[in-house]
Design a binder for this molecule. Structure first.
Ligand code: SAH
Length: 453
C-alpha cells in the first residue's frame, strides 16, 4: 500500500460511518476517518494524522453530496462538542443509529435471530433537554462567558442559544451572565482553581414546568447569594427552587455532594404518564421527557406484566421505571447507589400510593445477592445501568435467579452487547428497539427483551 503523508490531499468515496458519526474512506484496506463526511459522498480531504492502523482526514470539499446532507441550523455547530449530527437529516440520524445496533448485534455479535426495530424518533427533534449544565468562565476581556465546551477540550464557547436546550434555560443563562457582572461575582478558573461560580444547572419539569436553578460554587462562602436569588426570582417568577451546590473538588465532576436550598422547595415535581415524581438536584432523571415515555412504554410492553409478577428494577434512579410498573405487578424491588435518589424513590412511591414497592440503596451487584439470599425470586428483571454496563457478579446472580424475562435498557449498546453475550447461555435475545433520547448527537439508547430459553 502507498504510504500516506500528513497534509496530503486526497479524494475518495465514503463507505461507512463510525459510531462517532465520522465518514470512513479506504485506501486499499486502510481506513481514513473524516468527520462531517456522509455515507456515499465523494469528498476531497486532507490527511491530518497518520497512525499505524488508521488516519484522520479533514473534510475540504464535498464533490458529490449525499441526499442526507443538510445545513446545520446551529451557528456554533463547527466548534461546540455538544452535537455531532446536525449536518444529517433527522431520518438519516435514526437510520445510522439502527445500523450501529445491527452492526454490534448482528455483524459483531452472534445475535442474528434478534429482531432490531427502527429507531423510535421525535416529531420535533430540538429543544428537548429538560436539564442544562452550563460551565462558567471568563473571556479575555474578563467578562463572564457561559456556554458549552469546545470539542475534546475544556475551552468554553460563549453562546446565547443552544438548539437542544429548553428555551427558558437560555434566558436563565443569559440573566445569570449579566448578574455575575452586575454583582461582581467571581468566576472559577480551572487552572488556578480560584474563583467562586463554576456551573449553572437548570432543570425543568416537562409537564409541571417547575424549575430548579442550581448554582455550583467552589466553597460555601457566597456573599452575593441573596442578591442573586432575589434578582433571579424577580426575572423568573415561576422558579420553584434555587440551590447552591458546593463543589470544591478540582475534577471534571460537575456537582459536589452538598447542596443548600437558597429559595423555594428542596425538590421539583414532574409527571410521566399518570405518575408524579419528586426530583432532587443530585438524582438522575432522564433528560428527554418526550422520549422517556416512549422508552418506558416499550419496556413495559416487553415486561408483559399481568399483575402477579415480582419485578426487580435495578439501577432504578428515582424509581421511575419501577413505579411505572408497580400498578401492573405484585411487588417491585428497586436498587440504586445514590442515596438521595433512593430517598426520592421512596417519596415517589408514597405520593403515588404505590405501596407494593421496596427501594434499597446500594450497589446492584451486592443488593441482588442479598435479595437472592432472602429468597426473593423475580419473574421480570429490569436492568438500566450506566455506560459501563453491568458488573459480572451482577450478571452471574441474575442468571442464578433465572427470571422469565429480562428487559435491559442501555445508553451504551456496546456494553449491552457484551452483557448480552453472558446472558445468552440461558436467554434468547428476542428484540431490540433503539429509542432516540438524544437527537443531533451520536448517543444511542436501546431497550432489549431477553426471554428464558
Ligand atoms: N432507571 C433510571 C436510572 C438509569 S441511569 C431511570 O430511567 O431514570 C443509571 C443509574 O444507575 C443512575 O441512577 C446511577 O446512579 C445508578 N448506578 C450506577 N452504578 C450503580 C451500581 N453499581 N448499582 C446501582 N446503581 C448504580
Amino acid at each position: 500500500m502507498e504510504t500516506l503523508k500528513k497534509n496530503e490531499i486526497k479524494t475518495g468515496q465514503v463507505l461507512d460511518l463510525t459510531h462517532e458519526g465520522h465518514g470512513v474512506v479506504k485506501i486499499d484496506r486502510y481506513p481514513i476517518f473524516v468527520p462531517n463526511a456522509l455515507i456515499n459522498e465523494t469528498i476531497e480531504y486532507k490527511i491530518i494524522k497518520v497512525k499505524k492502523n488508521f488516519a484522520i482526514g479533514k473534510l475540504l470539499n464535498v464533490i458529490v453530496e449525499s441526499d442526507s446532507r443538510v445545513e446545520p441550523p446551529c451557528v456554533y455547530y463547527d466548534k461546540c462538542g455538544g452535537c455531532q449530527l446536525q449536518h444529517m437529516t433527522y431520518q438519516a440520524q435514526l437510520t445510522m443509529k439502527k445500523e450501529q445496533v445491527i452492526n454490534l448485534f448482528h455483524r459483531k455479535g452472534s445475535f442474528n435471530d434478534t429482531v432490531i426495530h427502527d429507531t423510535v424518533g421525535m416529531e420535533d427533534p430540538w429543544r428537548y433537554r429538560n436539564k442544562s449544565q452550563i460551565p462558567i468562565g471568563l473571556n479575555n476581556d474578563k467578562k463572564p462567558k457561559m456556554g458549552f465546551y469546545r470539542q475534546r477540550s475544556h475551552d468554553i464557547i460563549d453562546m446565547d442559544s443552544c438548539l437542544i436546550q429548553d428555551e427558558k434555560h437560555q434566558q436563565v443563562m443569559n440573566d445569570v451572565k449579566q448578574l455575575i457582572s452586575e454583582l461582581n461575582i467571581s468566576v472559577y478558573n480551572e487552572k488556578t482553581k480560584k474563583g467562586l461560580l463554576r456551573h449553572l444547572v437548570v432543570r425543568t419539569g416537562h409537564y409541571t414546568n417547575q424549575m430548579m436553578i442550581i448554582l455550583v460554587t467552589n466553597g460555601k462562602a457566597f456573599k452575593q447569594a441573596n442578591q442573586l436569588v432575589e434578582a433571579l426570582v424577580k426575572l423568573h417568577p415561576n422558579v420553584t427552587s434555587i440551590k447552591q451546590n458546593i463543589n470544591d473538588a478540582h475534577s471534571n465532576v460537575i456537582m459536589g455532594r452538598k447542596s443548600i436550598t437558597l429559595y423555594g422547595t428542596d425538590e421539583i415535581e414532574d409527571k410521566l404518564s399518570e405518575i408524579t415524581f419528586n426530583i432532587s438536584d443530585q438524582s438522575f432523571y432522564q433528560i428527554n421527557s418526550h422520549q422517556t415515555e416512549k422508552l418506558y412504554n416499550q419496556a413495559l410492553e416487553y415486561a408483559q406484566l399481568t399483575g402477579n409478577e415480582i419485578v426487580l428494577d435495578t439501577y432504578c434512579g428515582i424509581g421511575t421505571i419501577g413505579l411505572y410498573m408497580a400498578g401492573k405487578s405484585k411487588h417491585v424491588y428497586g436498587v440504586e447507589v445514590v442515596p438521595s435518589a433512593i430517598k426520592d424513590a421512596e417519596e415517589n412511591a408514597t405520593i403515588n400510593q404505590l405501596e407494593n414497592t421496596t427501594f434499597v440503596c446500594g450497589k446492584a451487584e451486592e443488593v441482588i445477592l442479598k435479595w437472592k439470599a432472602e429468597g426473593i425470586r423475580p419473574d421480570v428483571v429490569m436492568v438500566d445501568p450506566p455506560r459501563k454496563g453491568c458488573d459480572e457478579t451482577f450478571i452471574k446472580t441474575l442468571l442464578e435467579l433465572n427470571p422469565k424475562r429480562i428487559v435491559y435498557i442501555s445508553c451504551n449498546p456496546s456494553t449491552q452487547q457484551r452483557d448480552a453475550q453472558l446472558l445468552s447461555q440461558q436467554y434468547d435475545l428476542k428484540e431490540i428497539t433503539p429509542v432516540d433520547m438524544f437527537p443531533q448527537t451520536t448517543h444511542i439508547e436501546t431497550v432489549a427483551l431477553f426471554e428464558r430459553k
